[in-house]
Design a protein around this ligand. Structure first.
Ligand code: GAP
Length: 493
């Protein structure tokens, strides 16, 4: 058990250092010792993240005729959050250990205990514990939640004591003032989810786009939560990005659409390279205040199976609440059944940063290559070519004899089609390694034969094998190999 803990901790540590060393993720404001749970994406990280966002965006809006996108503001009228229930209910139950002064989420302590039961072969006991927790939390009985923690003999990992405070609710929204003069200023919030920007624009999009139910609205954007416990690198941050889609359906059909979107979303994660064995559905025991069914798609991170995406059947909760508070009708006239109704909603919500972390964890490979005393360790990122930050590195074998000029010419001819890089410095092996470390799928090498017959070698990142191909075929062959089309083809089967 101890060893396993060590392994998973060091696996995440390796990924964090790799992410920093090779320009993927840096701690925010690092020169001031960083800001907890806030991170910056570096030159390679931003490309990878943009590719993930683009593939999600296109999978939603381009592949589905009835899904369109919007880009709503982060600031919204404060009544939005009253209607959505976030002001009253967007709380986490927290508990402090009086000896270590460390603060924990009470539900996380119990979830961890349930996971431990499951790992010890007592899945039923774990499940019962989660159900008991859900019941007490739903009833708002915080004293009972504390009692379960004590009955389970849960201790603080720092002080090793069970000297707990009472459980208190803590609202996760960040607030700020809008208005220049403090007397006139009013309290507004940084959105804790992007979904509400979609709900308040439901009729705008439906009417101007002449959309017919069922239809969806997709959005990518920042969300902010004052998380009590921020841990596991970019898994739980205070500023993060969500990719959400609200799918508006006729009431009574929501369970069919819920089942359909569950499958679509699972397929997406596999199509971008996450293995089926590391993905699973996890039904919610405790439903959010707006949902009548909810499931997470979990990925097996180095710290265990954890939520990457949430799929919720949100009923008509949000539109109805906005209608009630704004007194503006949020109804849709369905010409097929000649009826007005407030649509029900299926939501798919995936964190761009969590998806990024899953992809990075999955891609990170350490292997031993070579024979005998030539053996050495090789590290590379096995990223799907379509999401890799750089698709092709163009490398002249040597700088002299016109090879560099030829390589630059080839680089120029490819760079309009996809992201390339040109590198002429150092031994060719070192240059391959530099590309492996950031996950570049192909290296094109210009050698002396190129000068004679206009062919180049293309080296594959994963197999390290080389193929000789004609310069005339490069753009088309590599263009297809690195295109998002290859992902979309898998989604449509
Ligand atoms: N609109 C529904 C909603 O916001 P959620 O389960 O709270 O549901 C959806 O969040 C997704 O957003 C999560 O599955 C996760 O990927 C991401 N997410 C939530 N909180 C996060 C945080 N603090 N840091 C990074 N990602 C987060």
């Amino acid at each position: 058990m101890e060893n396993k803990k060590q392994d998973t901790a060091s696996a995440l540590k390796d990924i964090i250092s790799h992410a920093k060393e090779y320009g993927f993720v840096f701690p925010s404001s690092e020169i001031y010792d960083g800001l907890q749970a806030v991170y910056d994406y570096g030159q390679n990280g931003v490309e990878l993240k943009n590719n993930l966002k683009m593939v999600w965006w296109k999978a939603m809006t381009m592949l589905n005729d009835n899904v369109v996108g919007i880009d709503a503001s982060i600031f919204m009228h404060p009544l939005t959050w009253k209607a959505s229930g976030h002001i009253d209910s967007f709380n986490d139950p927290m508990i402090d250990n009086k000896d270590s002064k460390k603060r924990y989420r009470a539900d996380t302590l119990l979830e961890d205990r349930a996971a431990q039961y499951e790992a010890d072969g007592q899945a039923d006991v774990g499940k019962a514990l989660l159900q008991k927790m859900a019941k007490t939390l739903d009833a708002g009985d915080l004293e009972a939640v504390r009692q379960i923690i004590i009955d389970e003999n849960i201790t603080c990992p720092v002080s090793n004591t069970a000297n707990w405070t009472e459980v208190r609710q803590f609202n996760l929204m960040f607030s700020t003032q809008v208005g220049a003069v403090s007397e006139d200023a009013s309290l507004i919030y940084l959105r804790p989810e992007t979904a509400q920007g979609i709900f308040v624009n439901f009729l705008n999009v439906q009417k101007t786009g002449r959309m017919k139910v069922p239809f969806g609205i997709a959005q990518i954007g920042k969300a902010f939560r004052n998380e009590i416990v921020a841990r596991n690198f970019i898994f739980r941050m205070r500023e993060f990005e969500q990719m959400e889609m609200q799918f508006f359906v006729r009431p009574g059909t929501e369970m069919e659409w819920y089942a359909a979107w569950k499958e679509v979303r699972m397929k997406f994660h596999q199509a971008i390279g996450l293995p089926a064995s590391k993905l699973k559905f996890h039904d919610h025991e405790k439903l959010a205040h707006y949902a009548n069914a909810a499931v997470d798609i979990e990925y097996e991170f180095p710290f265990g199976f954890k939520e990457m995406e949430g799929i919720h059947s949100r009923t008509d909760f949000d539109l109805k609440a906005h209608q009630d508070l704004s007194r503006k009708k949020q109804q849709y006239f369905d010409p097929e059944i000649n009826e007005n109704y407030i649509p029900y909603v299926i939501e798919t919500s995936v964190g761009a940063d969590r998806l990024f972390l899953a992809i990075l964890c999955n891609a990170y490979k350490e292997e031993i290559v070579g024979e005998g005393d030539q053996q050495k360790q090789r590290i590379y990122l096995n990223l799907h070519p379509a999401i890799a930050p750089i698709k092709v590195a163009v490398l002249p074998l040597v700088k002299k004899d016109g090879l560099a000029e030829k390589a630059q010419e080839i680089n120029r001819s490819l760079k309009f089609a996809f992201n390339t890089t040109y590198d002429e410095g150092g031994a060719i092996g070192k240059r391959y390694t530099r590309q492996d470390l950031i996950g570049t799928p192909y290296c094109v090498v210009i050698d002396y034969q190129t000068m004679e017959d206009d062919t180049v070698t293309v080296r594959d990142r994963n197999t390290m094998s080389q193929e000789r191909i004609s310069i005339a075929d490069l753009k088309e062959k590599l263009g297809y190999a690195v295109s998002m089309e290859r992902i979309f083809e898998k989604l449509l089967v």
